[in-house]
Design a protein around this ligand. Structure first.
Ligand code: XMP
Length: 514
């Protein structure tokens, strides 16, 4: 197995996922657990993850440098490379230029990490997210790759099998990232793949054990994650499951009706629809801080479920005690899901849940990524409507309205958003992209309509390409599509005078604006 030491990166778990995809076992530990884990597991290789701190900072997370003398190959990624640099006699300093998102990498010296690398693969795009950099590689190591701003973007000590790379091979947007990881694991560490596969039956059997014969409710959002969680739970516990769909009033135009129709047509689940638009709007009144909004929404969801669960007929002991959610790993990690990770945003279904509530939470997909969940959905013969439906955040349009959420703003955003999605569909691009949406930016600007001055709203359009949520690029939409979207929005949504296109990658931006 491969031991991953987690220094708090958003993508540590994704390293594990990539290793799992190679059918190799991986275990993630925090730095202070590493010595015991090495003794216990005898790993064939060690990966040092990225992380948010500086290796020279007061609170830097360190490891005992003896791990580099155990004859176990080590790969340091981002902070991991800097840590190797610092501990092994190199030098790390704050970089003059930060690198976030896509960067051009040049392989300048071949080594086992890039074994049999074809000539045309020597210049490629990698994804970075760092400020510090190694300016002198460790003793015994040579520089193997550079970027325009970082001379030591990769180093290798082939004799001791120690390798460092500044970029993230685990993220989907790094070209050849899987090749690099597989070279480390299969060739350098000499691991042999096991034969395993995503096992639906195992998830169902775990759910049976966890829930037994208790009554359970499932929060359905209309998206693929909660639908898969619901169907798997239904297979495990049958009619003891009741699904709730909450109409928060924060959904897109016509979405609630569409979701209810799809679920009634394709799924044999008990579905109750709760209309809670007024409650959500009331609780959101005056709330402008994005994190506060997310927490209010998370809490309101739970309180609505509690109220509904209590209303179900039966004795108190028969009331549902389990709440099934379709939480996936990116929701967990962005909400500060590991000891040393930073909080990026409070996902409504993780950090947004109040500490005291009436349920035990069940999350069968908590360690998975969206593409894995979609794969299960396909195996379960889900309709395309659900498998290919664009991701929509639990807090809905509330996180796409900057500032306070009001009925009037929701109405403007809904009409603009509808145009974006419609035009993307007409252009035949819907199935190719992660999601496309409109944001009500709260920025007012001057326009001129019918020879009159108009001081109106600015809509931002965002279209994203991603695979596992952790990194993303903006979609290079054809000009004619952008033109159509902008023209339709300013003519059909009277309140809007300006449309802009968001061309930021993740990182440094996240997909949603809040
Ligand atoms: P960000 O904005 O963090 O979003 O790059 C990554 C993906 O997650 C979705 N998202 C959420 N989904 N609850 C959810 O169920 C949430 O609170 C939430 N916040 C973001 C987002 O739409 C994107 O696809």
């Amino acid at each position: 197995m491969i031991l991953i030491i987690d220094f708090g990166s958003q993508t540590t778990h994704l390293i594990g996922r990539r290793i799992k995809d190679l059918n190799i076992e991986a275990t993630i530990v925090v730095p202070h657990e590493a010595p015991a884990a090495i003794k216990r597991y005898h790993p064939k290789g060690i990966i040092l993850s990225g992380g948010p701190s500086s290796v020279y900072g007061k609170n830097a997370l360190l490891v005992d440098k003896k791990i580099f003398d155990l004859n176990i190959p080590v790969l340091g990624i981002c902070y991991g490379l800097q840590l190797m640099g610092q501990l092994l006699g190199g030098k790390v300093t704050p970089g003059e230029k930060k690198e976030y998102g896509p960067t051009h990498f040049r392989l300048i010296k071949g080594n086992s990490l890039f074994i049999n690398w074809e000539v045309n693969k020597k210049d490629f795009t990698v994804w970075m997210s760092h400020f510090d950099q190694v300016i002198k590689p460790p003793r015994g190591a040579v520089i193997t790759g550079s970027t325009p701003s970082v001379k030591v973007a990769a180093f290798a000590d082939e004799k001791k099998k120690l390798y460092g790379i500044q970029f993230h091979p685990e993220v989907h947007h790094t070209q050849y990232g899987n090749d690099i990881l597989s070279n480390f694991i299969l060739r350098i560490c000499g691991e042999n793949p096991l034969k395993t596969k995503l096992d639906i039956e195992e998830i169902i059997s775990d759910l049976k054990t966890q829930i037994g014969n208790k009554k359970t409710i499932c929060a359905l959002s209309g998206g693929v994650d909660s639908a898969v969680a619901a169907v798997l739970t239904h297979k495990a516990i049958g009619d003891n499951l009741i699904c709730y769909y909450v109409d928060t009033g924060l959904m897109r135009l016509g979405e609630t009706e569409q979701i209810i129709n799809t679920f009634k047509t394709y799924f044999n689940l008990k579905l109750k629809v709760i209309t809670a638009c007024d409650i959500f709007l009331k609780r959101l009144k005056g709330v402008t801080d994005p994190e506060e909004k997310r927490k209010v929404i998370g809490e309101t969801f739970i309180r609505v479920f509690e109220k509904e669960a209590l209303r179900l007929p039966g004795e108190p002991q028969d009331k549902p005690i389990y709440l099934v959610q379709g939480t996936i790993y990116p929701d967990v990690i962005e909400s500060k899901g590991t000891l040393h990770a930073q909080k990026i945003k409070t996902h409504h279904n993780v950090g947004g849940i109040p500490s005291k509530h009436a349920f035990r939470i069940v999350e069968p997909l908590r360690t998975m990524y969206k593409d894995e969940v979609r794969e299960i959905a396909k195996q379960l013969n889900f309709p395309n409507d659900i498998v290919k439906r664009h991701v929509f955040p639990g807090p809905g349009l509330a996180v796409r309205i900057i500032g306070e959420v009001t009925q009037e703003k929701l109405d403007i955003l809904r009409r603009a958003d509808q145009i974006v999605v419609e035009e993307i569909r007409k252009a035949g691009l819907y199935d190719e992209i992660w999601m496309a949406f409109a944001v009500l930016t709260g920025v007012k600007s001057t326009g001129v309509t019918g020879d009159e001055r108009k001081y109106g709203e600015t809509i931002a359009v965002r279209a994203i390409e991603s695979k596992d949520t952790m990194t993303a690029t903006w979609v290079k939409l054809p000009y004619r599509v952008l033109d159509k979207i902008a023209t339709r929005i300013v003519t059909e949504v009277f309140e809007v005078v300006r449309v802009v296109y968001d061309i930021t990658t993740k990182p440094p931006a996240t997909m949603e604006w809040e």
